[in-house]
Design a binder for this molecule. Structure first.
Ligand code: SF4
Length: 227
């Protein structure tokens, strides 16, 4: 996939204002999602879709799937993964949870259960094809999409499927300005961070600067320069 094609996937109308009709359409769709029980037979804790956002959100985080704490509280990234992600982005909880600025949609909206090694199962594969396109169409102000984890990267950067997640993220300088790939910020990533110090030393400072512009727009904000 070329950068131009990728841009067309992610970039919508810049600085578009939400309106009552858009708010209503968004509410209707999220109500429909929250009633979804498609995967009920496979979900050990039952369906509880966890997502957030408003049509005015300029930062979109596409993540993996809720863990047990997120399932229990119904609040995206309300766990240690979220603490790490907020640290990566230099966002406090107030900003991170401001739905008018930050939308969060996982690849699978419901907690998928545990695998045999004690980790979480992959996001339910039914979920993203069923809901993502409709949801993203109702998030017209998004200017930056963060792909957190291999499932989001594999889905939204198809050119990366033949590469490892590390190689995909190591190409961060070639990401179009509208998208940035991250490892999933879970405990499993601790060793990856140790083995790939360029991520925290080089990639994150640039991402933080970009995120700061996106979530704190000025009336005359200029396009973010990519090195
Ligand atoms: S994971 Fe997605 S598709 Fe499956 S029940 Fe939850 S909301 Fe529905």
């Amino acid at each position: 996939m070329t950068a131009r094609m990728t841009k067309s996937l992610f970039h919508t109308s810049r600085n578009q204002q939400s309106d009552p009709a858009a708010e209503l359409a968004f509410d209707r769709l999220t109500t429909e999602i929250r009633a979804c029980a498609l995967c009920a037979p496979y979900l050990p804790l039952g369906p509880r879709p966890v997502l957030r956002g408003r049509p005015s959100a300029r930062l979109l985080i596409i993540s993996q799937a809720p863990g047990t704490r997120v399932h229990q509280t119904g609040l995206s990234f309300n766990d240690r993964s979220g603490d790490r992600l907020r640290g990566w982005l230099a966002l406090d909880r107030e900003t991170f949870y401001d739905e008018t600025r930050v939308a969060i949609i996982p690849m699978g909206f419901c907690y998928p259960g545990r695998d045999g090694k004690g980790g979480d199962l992959p996001p339910r594969r039914e979920c993203a094809p069923l809901w993502h396109a409709r949801l993203r169409a109702l998030l017209p102000a998004v200017e930056l999409t963060l792909l957190a984890g291999s499932y989001a990267i594999g889905c939204y950067l198809p050119g990366s499927r033949m590469r490892s997640m590390t190689k995909a993220i190591a190409g961060w300088r070639d990401f179009p300005p509208e998208v940035f790939g991250l490892p999933h910020p879970s405990w499993r990533t601790t060793r990856w961070l140790r083995d790939n110090p360029w991520f925290e030393n080089e990639a994150l400072p640039e991402l933080r600067a970009h995120v700061a512009v996106i979530v704190n727009p000025t009336p005359r904000s200029v396009p973010y320069p990519r090195r």
